[in-house]
Ligand binder design. Structure first.
Ligand code: SF4
Ligand code: SF4
Ligand code: SF4
Length: 319
């Protein structure tokens, strides 16, 4: 049995007082709800927070219809329709502190990939072609919120006080951020890229003069064998670690799966795909070619709505 993740500052939770004093709202917008699952993954820390410090006033998990005034709002998901936008704006008005929770809220995330398609096409596909009764009749009604032309991150629509990226964020990172805010401190997120916390060895990349270790680029399944301790890029497998913010403790790379960039770009990078092209040009030129064949899938899987390069594709203009 694995032990439940706990946040580094969990001992301070019990010091904060016997009565819940900080009122909280949580909300999910254009999203999969996985970031709320990450909150639940705080396990005992969450129970302690809710019994000693936090008073949950509004959330998908409580039956409250009207958003009350609260101290802190955790907002998951991007802005994909008019209801999302209205709720984000109301939360901003009613919450002292707003935290963007997860990469959908920070960058638009996976649902932002719909920006590649015309909104009418998306609407027809979701509400007409995929209806389960096989009728092909559009299930549009006045209660279905009107889709925006493109998905945007919450941070594009309202000011947020703090943003925790990740798809979903690591529960302990999230817990530490919440506890730090409760203590009146500014939570510190990692500023470097994932390669700094990755335990796989980079050997060739650090040689002052190197010949490239591989001229080809391989999908993981094409390789008969993958060295579990060696950097993916040095084995010719695309890994977005150089263009991804650290903080996940290498969840995927430690499980022998290359990083897909879910934490978004490190803070100094203008955008994730551009940063990756830059890195590949000096590490794995063939990777740059592969990148050009699947630009969005490789470099913008989680950040398309905030991208500069494919953000300008036809049909993705805001409406
Ligand atoms: S960031 Fe990932 S886990 Fe969180 S809501 Fe978006 S898709 Fe789901
Ligand atoms: S490129 Fe990927 S595998 Fe290589 S060091 Fe960076 S995160 Fe680790
Ligand atoms: S390794 Fe990359 S894709 Fe996997 S959790 Fe970390 S940042 Fe996300």
């Amino acid at each position: 049995m694995t032990s439940a993740p706990t946040c580094e500052n969990s001992e301070v939770v019990t010091e904060m007082g016997a009565q819940p004093t900080v009122t909280v709202a949580t909300s999910w917008l254009n999203t999969c709800s996985g970031c709320h699952m990450a909150l639940l993954d705080l396990h005992e820390t969450l129970v302690e927070l809710l019994t000693t410090t936090l008073s949950l006033r509004y959330s998908p998990v409580v039956d409250v219809k009207k958003i009350p005034e609260v101290d802190v709002a955790l907002v998951e998901g991007g802005i994909g329709n008019e209801d999302n936008e209205a709720e984000a704006r109301e939360l901003r008005e009613k919450a002292g502190t707003v935290i963007a929770l997860g990469s959908c809220a920070c960058f638009g995330g996976l649902p932002g990939l719909r920006n590649l398609f015309d909104v009418e096409e998306v609407r027809r596909r979701a509400l007409c072609e995929t209806v389960t009764d096989g009728s092909g009749v559009e299930r549009m009604s006045e209660v279905v919120p009107r889709l925006h032309g493109r998905v945007r991150p919450v941070t594009d629509v309202i000011d947020v006080d703090y943003a925790v990226p990740g798809c979903p964020p690591r529960p302990d990172l999230l817990g530490d951020a919440i506890v730090a805010l409760l203590r009146g401190e500014k939570p510190a997120l990692p500023t470097k890229n994932l390669c700094f916390e990755c335990e796989r060895q980079q050997v060739e990349m650090h040689k002052p003069q190197r010949s490239f270790v591989t001229t080809g680029v391989h999908a993981l399944f094409e390789l008969e064998e993958i060295n579990p301790t060696k950097c993916f890029l040095e084995q010719g497998v695309l890994c977005i670690g150089p263009a991804t913010r650290a903080g996940c403790h290498g969840r995927c790379v430690n499980a022998n799966v290359p990083c897909r960039g879910c934490n978004g770009p490190p803070p100094e990078a203008m955008e994730q795909g551009g940063k990756m092209v830059d890195s590949l040009a000096t590490i794995l030129p063939a990777g740059a070619l592969m990148f050009s064949e699947d630009t969005v899938g490789t470099g913008y899987r989680f950040t398309l709505p905030v991208s500069i390069i494919p953000g300008a594709v036809e049909g993705s203009e805001a409406k």
